[in-house]
Write a protein that binds this ligand. Structure first.
Ligand SMILES: Nc1nc2c(c(=O)[nH]1)N[C@H]1C(S)=C(S)[C@@H](COP(=O)(O)O)O[C@H]1N2
Ligand SMILES: [Mo]
Length: 197
């Protein structure tokens, strides 16, 4: 005897395989900020990287772009369960940022103007997985979405994509950033639903 379950079958067909478990699709672009939006001009913007040797490399806006800007097409996933597919960004790959940086530490703490922090393992930043982005959808990033520049690490939940990014400090051990101190997962992989502790 054949058991036919039309409801189940059609729901399976509608589910987009790009959608991680527990997520729904959205067309708009929600704004989620834990505090006020800092105002940073591209003239005063600096990006700094500090290693365990206390060597600090600092780039201006122009110097940073000279590292090489590329276009990124990707899906993004917020832990509050919205996902947005096929977004387009422009930015500098973290591979370029770390190209001449000498570090043995396995963890990065991302720092933002305004004080936000988030921890990301180096394994999730290198290998074409993360960018410092300054354009979204063909236009400069708006301040509420992190302009002038934000981290984009789309294979992790979007709280890891720090807005108003200003630099990275290398760490030997994985230490919690802002949301991670407040109950969010240390890693944040949407495909295994690493949402909270
Ligand atoms: N500096 C900073 N970056 C941040 C946040 C924040 O509050 N401050 N919120 C995070 C969270 S929880 C999410 S979901 C995304 C939201 O980005 P959006 O406002 O561009 O959608 O930014 C992340 N980056
Ligand atoms: Mo979020």
């Amino acid at each position: 005897m054949a058991i036919i379950s039309r409801g189940f079958g059609s729901r399976r067909r509608e589910a987009d395989p790009r959608l991680p478990p527990g997520q729904y699709l959205t067309q708009d672009f929600p704004v989620l900020s834990a505090g006020p939006t800092p105002k940073v001009s591209t003239d005063e913007w600096r990006f700094s990287l500090r290693t365990e040797k206390d060597v600090v490399t600092q780039w201006t806006w122009e110097e940073f772009h000279a590292l090489g800007v590329e276009t990124v097409n990707t899906d993004i996933h917020c832990v509050t369960r919205w996902s947005k597919l096929d977004t387009t960004w422009r930015g500098v790959s973290l591979d370029r940022v770390f190209a001449d940086v000498d570090t043995d530490h396995a963890y990065a703490m991302i720092h933002s103007y305004g004080g936000y922090t988030t921890n990301v393992p180096m394994a999730d930043l290198l290998g074409g997985k993360a960018w410092i982005a300054f354009e979204f959808d063909g236009a400069p990033l708006t301040p509420e979405h992190g302009g002038p520049a934000r981290l984009l690490v789309p294979h992790l939940y979007f709280w890891k994509s720090a807005k108003w990014v200003r630099g990275i400090v290398m760490h030997k051990r994985d230490e919690p950033g802002f949301w991670e101190q407040n109950g969010y997962n240390m890693h944040g992989d949407p495909w295994s639903e690493e949402r909270y502790w």
